[in-house]
Design a protein around this ligand. Structure first.
Ligand code: GS8
Length: 221
């Protein structure tokens, strides 16, 4: 019997993009279902009663919640191709360390910078903080093609959704100075050249429309 794989998602969510990239890397067929946060589906409430958040992967009726946990699950279940975590326990611990760093230090500031329409001290402070964390990641990457080494891995999948804006220059991707972050920028382009990544990003027009709505909101403030 073929696996039934459903992803409860929201197109703008970097967490959802992570899960999509992992599924694409493994070549898994899945159904993407968009959630409306103002009217969450009963399936979402039933499958993630604790947090009531997306992404939720439903594999043959069973839910897996939390994006990093889900990527590990995908890597373990579909282990026939494109390993995402290293097989060496020490290397694996390091990949988990950096993915956790991205979750606890980078992604919240990023979300704040993207979502906050109002310019000002608070937003500037968040940008500064975000850029400092990215600098550290830039140093970690050095001249490796991917955080995972020669191939896209766990840390790459965790981080790259934050760069979906680079495509369009429509949003705050632009505040990252290419000259100061050459490794990260080259890495992000290398990642987005991969079909598994570009397919999992929202399409350019949707991002542009979203950016325009934010711009109008800002003008109204
Ligand atoms: C975060 C999921 C999350 O914040 C993970 O999966 O890694 N740690 C979790 N999901 C958000 C959408 S992305 O901003 C969400 O579902 N929000 C709906 C809500 O808060 O009502």
């Amino acid at each position: 019997m073929e696996d039934e794989v459903i992803l409860l998602n929201f197109w703008l969510s970097p967490y959802g993009m992570r899960v999509r990239i992992a599924l694409e890397e493994k070549g898994i067929k899945y159904e993407n279902r968009e959630e409306d946060f103002s009217n969450k589906s009963s399936l979402l409430l039933q499958m993630n009663p604790i947090h009531k958040k997306i992404p939720v992967l439903i594999h043959n009726g069973k839910p897996i919640c939390e994006s990093l946990v889900t990527i590990e699950y995908i890597d373990e279940v579909w282990n026939h191709q494109s390993p995402l975590l290293p097989s060496d326990p020490y290397q694996r611990s390091q990949a988990r360390f950096w993915a956790n760093y991205i979750d606890t230090k980078v992604i919240h500031y990023h979300e704040f910078v993207i979502m906050k329409t109002e310019e000002g001290e608070e937003k500037e402070a968040a940008k500064k903080e975000l850029l400092e964390h990215l600098k550290l990641l830039e140093e970690q990457l050095r001249d490796k093609p991917f955080f995972g080494g020669d191939n896209l891995g766990f840390v790459d999948v965790a981080l790259v959704p934050l760069f979906c804006w680079l495509y369009t220059n429509a949003l705050s991707g632009t505040f990252i100075d290419e000259n100061q972050y050459p490794n990260i920028i080259a890495w992000a382009k290398r990642c987005t050249d991969k079909e598994s990544v570009s397919k999992s990003f929202p399409d350019e027009n949707t991002i542009k429309r979203f950016a325009e709505e934010r711009r109008l909101l800002r003008q109204g403030e």
